[in-house]
Design a protein around this ligand. Structure first.
Ligand SMILES: CC(C)(COP(=O)(O)OP(=O)(O)OC[C@H]1O[C@@H](n2cnc3c(N)ncnc32)[C@H](O)[C@@H]1OP(=O)(O)O)[C@@H](O)C(=O)NCCC(=O)NCCS
Length: 292
């Protein structure tokens, strides 16, 4: 077993390789989550201790801490004993204080190790649903009159970033970070679609990531400028992106949406275009006094 600290994009690719190998509608990570998560912002690396476990040339587990006390992890279900090692590394690495670990309720190979390490599922609070659909027959996108749907081009970068920043205000996404996302495997400009308003402004967008090996696409993220909402733009641009993914070989698609009642719009949007729930996130918590 080789255990090593994250050193850069080659290690991200190794983390993605594990997630692709074990992907199912009930697994937490798609290759696109990792690409988007690691590069959507700049300057975050110092706060993200990350470690990989490799065996026989394959990545079998990884842990990604968001300091001070949050952990994301992936563990090959064929190697459930590694969950304990990842949690022990988390306990050694993060400072004393409250800790949380978010997994899917379907990742039963992680629950035993979490319980054994003293974590318990948190009560009510924000959570995400993992939604999936097959791509046999995504509906034809019908943009509102005057809007055009097309793949993003180099000249669209400022408008595309402005649209994201307005949709997710306040957002740390910048032209620099979005360019880094575009340079990350498996980004394809042909799966990064924009809806352009009659005056040329980018009014909505949908970025889809394709895991070619698993034939599964993931929406991450989509957004519509506040002034253009409730006209069917997100529905149209998402459907267009899903159809582009199908053309590129995807048979299924996945997306995360908030599942709690405090933020229902994205879940309704995705259900309106055929997604159905497959799993939900559960955040496990515990206090870690110094040295525990
Ligand atoms: C969620 C978001 C993308 C929707 O964009 P939009 O262009 O307004 O969505 P559409 O007009 O295509 O709506 C499609 C369906 O989604 C649902 N929906 C969209 N916004 C909604 C809202 N505010 N409340 C309830 N349902 C909503 C409805 O079912 C709607 O169909 P209907 O208008 O026929 O009832 C937009 O509100 C946004 O950018 N939010 C901030 C970013 C975000 O949360 N992105 C999604 C997570 S990655």
């Amino acid at each position: 077993m080789i255990v090593s600290a994250y050193e850069g994009p080659d290690d991200l690719r190794a983390m993605q390789e594990l997630c692709s190998r074990i992907w199912s509608p009930g697994s937490r990570w798609h290759v696109g989550d990792l690409a988007w998560g690691r590069f959507q912002h700049t300057g975050r690396e110092p706060g993200w201790p990350t470690r990989l476990w490799r065996d026989g040339g394959r990545t079998v587990a990884w842990g990604w801490i968001d300091l001070p006390g949050s952990l994301d992890l992936a563990v090959d279900p064929a190697r459930p004993e590694l969950a304990r090692q990842v949690l022990e590394w988390f306990a050694r690495t993060a400072p004393a204080g409250p800790r949380d670990v978010t997994v899917l309720d379907t990742e039963t190979h992680l629950a035993a190790a979490l319980r054994e390490a003293g974590y318990r599922p948190a009560g009510d609070g924000p959570f995400f649903r993992h939604l999936v659909r097959d791509l046999a027959d995504p509906a034809e996108p019908v943009p509102p009159q005057g809007y055009r749907l097309r793949a993003v081009g180099e000249a669209d970068v400022p408008g595309r970033v402005a649209a994201h920043r307005a949709a997710f205000h306040p957002s740390r996404v910048s032209e620099e970070s979005y360019r880094a996302v575009r340079a990350t495997w498996p980004y394809r400009a042909g799966l990064d679609l924009v809806a352009v308003a009659p005056d040329g402004e980018v009014a909505a967008y949908c970025l889809v990531w394709l895991d070619e090996a698993r034939r599964v696409a993931e929406i991450e993220p989509t957004g519509t400028l506040p002034a253009h909402r409730r006209r069917g733009l997100a529905r149209a641009v998402c459907l267009a992106a899903l159809r582009a993914a199908r053309e590129a070989g995807a048979e299924r698609a996945a997306v995360y949406a908030r599942g709690d009642d405090a933020y229902p719009a994205p879940g309704r949007l995705y259900r309106s275009i055929g997604f159905r729930p497959a799993a939900r996130t559960v955040t496990w918590v515990r206090d870690h006094p110094a040295g525990a």
